[in-house]
Structures are given as C-alpha cells and as structure tokens.
Design a protein around this ligand. Structure first.
Ligand SMILES: C[S@@+](CC[C@H](N)C(=O)[O-])C[C@H]1O[C@@H](n2cnc3c(N)ncnc32)[C@H](O)[C@@H]1O
Ligand code: SF4
Length: 363
C-alpha cells in the first residue's frame, strides 16, 4: 500500500465549474458527525497503515474544518501513520489562518496545495470564488514565512472568461511568487455545475478549442522557460518537487481513499464510496474488480499522462508481457501521437496537445 487519500466534502461556497463531491455544511455538528465516521472508516484500514508513503487530505475544502476538528483528524493521522514522505493538505486561500498553519506544522504536514484558480479579481468573482488575487498572494507568503516551502497552487485556464493575455499575466505573477509546484488545469465543463446549467440555456460561451490549445502550448513553453519540469499533462514542478502522491496514481500504485465520494485501489479492486453522506455513513460503495486487461489499459492511460511516459521495462516487470504484444500501437505511432525514446513510450508534442485521442484508444 502506498498512498492514503482523505476527503473532506465541505465548502464555504460552491464554485461555478466544480463537480467534486462537496456541499455547503448545514452546521458544525454535521461536520463533527462526518469526522467521526471518517475516523471509523480509517480504523477499518489499520492493517495497511504500516506501508503508507504519502498522505493527501483533499476536498472539498479541508481548511473548512474548525481548529478542533482539524486537530482531531491530524492527531489521529500522527498517532497511526509514521513519517509519510509527502503529507499534503488542500486549502482555500480565503480561509487559511496562522492557527491552521501552526497545526499543519505541529502534525508534520509538509506540503500545502492552494486553490488559487486565477490572479484576475474579475474572473475570480465570475468563477464564484470569494477570495481575491491579494488574498491568494498573502496566503502564499504566510505559508512560506511560517516555514512551509513545498507549496502547490491550482490555476484554471480556458474558462469562459479567459484569454491569452490573462494566461500570460497569471504566469508572470506565478513566476514572481517562486512557488514549487503548479497544477494548471484546463477547465472541463462538468455536469451538475452552474456553468453547465448556463451553457444549456445558451447563457455561457465556451472558449474555442484552438484558442484553448494555444493557451496550453504557451503555458507549457513559458513554465519550461521559467525552469519548471512539465512532468504530467497539467502539472509542473521545480525539479525534486513533483507530487509523490499524484505520481502514485499515475503509476497505478495502490492507495486507500476514505471519505464520502473518495476512491481507492487495493488488490486489483477499485472502490468508490457513496458521495451521499447518509449512504456513506452506512458503508455504501461501488466496487469494481478489475481484470488484468483493465489494469493494463489503465496503466497505459495513466502512464501517458506522465510526460516521461511509460517505461517498457517496468511494464514487462509488472505484467510479465510486452506492451507491443498487448496493444496495437501502430496507428498512434504512424500518426505521430506517440514515440519511443530511451526505453520510454510517450506522447509526442502533437500527442500532448491531442492527448484525449490517445486515451480513447485505451477505453
Ligand atoms: C478540491 S479543489 C482545491 C481546494 C479548494 N477546494 C479550493 O478550491 O480552494 C481541486 C481543484 O480542482 C480544480 N477543478 C475543479 N473543478 C474543475 C473543472 N471543472 N475543470 C478543471 N479544474 C477543476 C480546481 O483547480 C481546484 O482547485
Ligand atoms: S473548487 Fe474547491 S472550493 Fe470550489 S466548490 Fe470545488 S472543492 Fe469547493
């Protein structure tokens, strides 16, 4: 077992683009009850705790928790899991306080991921974010000042109000902040979001695909020129600061997921907890036993998300088989979407831009 993901499904406000399992809490008792069930679920995985290398507390908004509940959760983890190499908590900049950071330090959290989304105040409002560019910058400085240097920020490009100049401005501000890691996601129009609702009523225009591709190309080139390692489709890091927890997903390693809506992958079985609180409390989950073919396909899809690609020798060691025996890759190779270089099978520059076409081959 390698990773532990803990989901906190509460937010103060709901952003217009987001379909993560989350809700606005009715009151603190509801969150208290949730934490009790979460700790019970964690107890049920105790046998696996010896082998946990990374812990990731995500959401929703984990720093929605009161200081008392945050401490209850963090002390449980500290008492049960020894020295994970990477221990991340996702935070909303609007809610980050000095007290929270002191708890992170007390319980040895060594990485913070901030949902910044944009440094443009007008766009933040339109995305229904309640913090400003200045709040986000303040949160980054506060984390650094208190001694947390391994920081990720999330940004979103190609949202309905974006343009290439705004992408450039975001990148320049990002550069000036000297942050170790950036997840720069292309906005996906998800079902059950305010944006999808507006789109269905013809009240929202999406960014043209060619412009979105131009933005993505500019993001990659600029961040590489700033000295960042483009190591996954949407992820960039200073060398040595690549997210160990996320790499574990992309290498199809095992992980436990706890909390409403969280997923895990253990012994070839994937499970997804119900996102509905009452059902989650009763232990409802979907369980899927993957066949070896399913696992191989997933390994390929996830592997292609890594810019370095798939190691042919790792594939052989893991599956006792050859990639070229298991998959017919000629079409992707002749269309110049994938290539082999130094024992790695990876997306070409064209393939990175058209990654979805490659993934479709493995669905
Ligand atoms: C759980 S949130 C981050 C933490 C915290 N909830 C916050 O928003 O500040 C995870 C990230 O997923 C990304 N995200 C959510 N919905 C998305 C969408 N529809 N398309 C692209 N990225 C999305 C956002 O960048 C967001 O910061
Ligand atoms: S982006 Fe973050 S704060 Fe916004 S709704 Fe999603 S989980 Fe909540």
């Amino acid at each position: 077992m390698r990773g532990l993901y803990i989901h906190i499904p509460f937010c103060k406000h709901i952003c217009s683009y987001c379909d993560f399992p989350k809700r606005i809490a009715k009151n603190n008792e509801q969150i208290e009850t949730y934490i009790d069930y979460l700790l019970k679920e964690l107890d049920s995985y105790k046998n696996y705790f010896n082998d946990i290398k990374t812990v990731y507390i995500g959401g929703g908004t984990p720093n929605m928790l009161s200081d008392e509940l945050l401490e209850k959760l963090l002390s449980y983890i500290a008492n049960n899991i020894s020295n994970p190499i990477e221990y991340t908590i996702e935070c909303n900049p609007e809610l980050l306080t000095e007290k929270q950071i002191s708890l992170f330090l007390k319980y040895k959290i060594n990485r913070v991921s901030l949902g910044v989304e944009s440094f443009n105040n007008e766009d933040l409002k339109k995305l229904n974010r309640y913090h400003s560019k200045e709040d986000a910058i303040k949160a980054i400085y506060l984390l650094k000042e208190k001694g947390i240097s391994n920081i990720n920020i999330d940004l979103i490009f190609a949202h309905p109000f974006d343009n290439i100049e705004k992408v450039r401005e975001n990148l320049e501000i990002f550069k000036s902040l000297d942050v170790k890691h950036l997840s720069y996601y292309s906005m996906i129009l998800e079902d059950k979001t305010v944006f999808k609702h507006l789109y269905n009523q013809n009240k929202l225009t999406l960014i043209d695909e060619d412009i979105s591709a131009q933005m993505y190309e500019e993001i990659i080139d600029t961040l590489i020129s700033f000295g960042y390692h483009h190591y996954e489709t949407s992820n960039f890091a200073r060398y040595g600061f690549e997210s160990q927890h996320n790499l574990l997903y992309w290498q199809e390693e095992e992980y436990i997921g706890v909390g409403a809506g969280a997923a895990g992958f253990i012994n070839g079985t994937r499970y997804t907890n119900s996102p509905i609180l009452n059902k989650y409390y009763k232990g409802c989950k979907e369980v899927e036993v993957l066949t070896i073919e399913d696992i191989k396909k997933e390994y390929m899809m996830l592997g292609f998300r890594k810019i370095d690609g798939i190691s042919l020798s790792d594939y052989k060691a893991r599956f006792n088989s050859e990639v070229f025996y298991d998959f017919s890759l000629n079409k992707l190779l002749t269309e110049d979407l994938i290539e082999i270089s130094n024992g790695m099978l990876k997306l070409t520059t064209k393939g990175i831009m058209l990654a979805n076409e490659v993934f479709m081959e493995f669905i």
